[in-house]
Design a protein around this ligand. Structure first.
Ligand code: PLP
Length: 403
């Protein structure tokens, strides 16, 4: 067999750290260990029944063939109706592209727009795939660090300072994975003003738009007037709001020419997203929305439970955090514990080792902040039952207390 040599792009690629952390937890589980797993970024609920039925009906109706590469017209129209209904934003189906999940949408946007010499601004802490997807195109990642004190919010001044003549795109994620930060309308508007001033394209990843907690408010980045909308490339999908991660349906809404270019790319790369999933997504968008709110309410209950348990950690362990306004993550700084004896007397000096020791000693799986460009931090997903959260937070407390 010839020695395999890989392309420079693939050689420089790291596996998704969240998936890797989940794999490590699974491995331990397969050995019979009861692992309390808080690594995965997906709802634990099953897809609502009327959506599952729609998928079955689609198969029965013979929707088992290729569709147009950019998705069926009915689904594009449903996406347009959704943005009109929920945000008062008017789009044409020619501005919509359906892809194999929002991650695929983001990949195709970046692949269609960026190349060597371009700069892409990414605020930290960032979603694991952003940097990897930009680097695949040969473009340069420009990281801008946001702080816990600001609630992990990118300020207009920070954005202004990061822009150069080579800047192609800003990647914004609101609400944020991994921090749960939810921008206020005023904070978004300030960023939008900078974007308009510099004619800067903004990829706004709004996949958690329906998971907003009391006290926070969601505004789509495209909703600050026509000048801003013209610069905004919206990304979302059914994965988080409808508990449909496995179905792989996401979308892009943007300028017609960009959608055409991405459709070209997609036609050569993957062809259409799964036909059956597209009909299921259609039922999700057009059908009753009660389940979305029911799941949100459960997430909020878990969020409040987690925050109630974590607040005393500030005093007790020196753990710091900003409370999440959306999504389903608690993101906290454990640097105060570095060098101190933890469970079994173990000491650690970074967040990655903290997570490894926590998994090995107390069988709790978290994701290291190193994966999100946030050293010292760890991410806990509360997309899991209250029982498991209760046990897990207790085990983390034991670990930090040296038990
Ligand atoms: C989950 C997630 C996505 C993508 O989800 P898909 O399943 O690919 O639709 C995109 N962005 C962020 C920030 C996410 O957390």
């Amino acid at each position: 067999m010839p020695a395999l040599t890989f392309s420079p792009a693939v050689r420089s690629l790291k596996p998704s750290a969240t998936l890797a952390a989940a794999a490590k937890a699974k491995e331990l589980k397969s050995k019979g260990v009861n692992v309390l797993d808080f690594t995965l970024g997906e709802p634990d609920f099953n897809t609502p029944e009327h959506i599952r039925k729609a998928a079955w009906n689609a198969m029965e109706a013979g929707h088992t063939h290729y569709t147009p590469s950019g998705g069926i017209m009915e689904l594009k129209q449903a996406v347009c109706r959704l943005y009109q209904r929920d945000y008062g934003l008017t789009y044409k189906p020619s501005q919509v592209l359906i892809s194999n999940g929002a991650k695929h949408s983001i990949h195709n946007i970046i692949a269609a727009l960026c190349g060597p010499g371009d700069e892409v601004i990414i605020p930290t802490p960032y979603w694991v795939s952003y940097g990897a997807l930009v680097e695949l195109t040969g473009a340069t990642v420009v990281l801008v660090d946001t702080t816990e004190a600001s609630g992990f919010i990118l300020s207009a001044e920070q954005l202004e300072r990061a822009i150069t003549p080579r800047t192609k795109l800003l990647l914004l994620n609101n609400p944020s994975n991994p921090t749960g930060a939810a921008y206020t309308p005023a904070q978004l508007e300030a960023l939008a003003k900078v974007a308009v001033k510099h004619n800067l394209l903004v990829l706004s990843d709004e996949i958690y738009e329906k998971l907003i907690y009391t006290g926070s408010q969601f505004r789509s980045f495209a909703s600050f007037g026509p000048e801003v909308a013209a610069l905004t490339i919206l990304v979302s999908g059914v994965s988080k709001a409808y508990a449909m991660t496995g179905w792989r349906i996401g979308w892009t809404i943007g300028p017609v020419e960009l959608i055409k270019a991405m459709d070209n790319l997609q036609s050569q790369e993957t062809s259409n997203p799964c036909s059956i999933s597209q009909y299921a997504a259609l039922a999700a968008l057009d059908g009753p929305q009660d389940s979305v709110e029911e799941m949100r309410v459960e997430f909020e209950e878990r969020r409040n439970y987690v925050m109630d348990r974590m607040r005393p950690w500030r005093q007790k362990y020196g753990v710091t955090f900003a409370e999440p306004g959306g999504a389903f993550y608690a993101f906290f700084n454990v640097a105060a514990l570095f060098g101190k004896p933890l469970a079994g007397g173990v000491t650690v000096s970074n967040a990655t080792d903290f997570c490894t020791a926590l998994l090995e000693k107390n069988h709790v799986a978290l994701v290291t902040g190193d994966a999100f460009g946030a050293p010292g931090y760890v991410r806990l997903s509360f997309a899991t039952s209250l029982d498991i959260l209760q046990a897990g937070l207790g085990a983390i407390e034991d670990f930090m207390s040296g038990k």
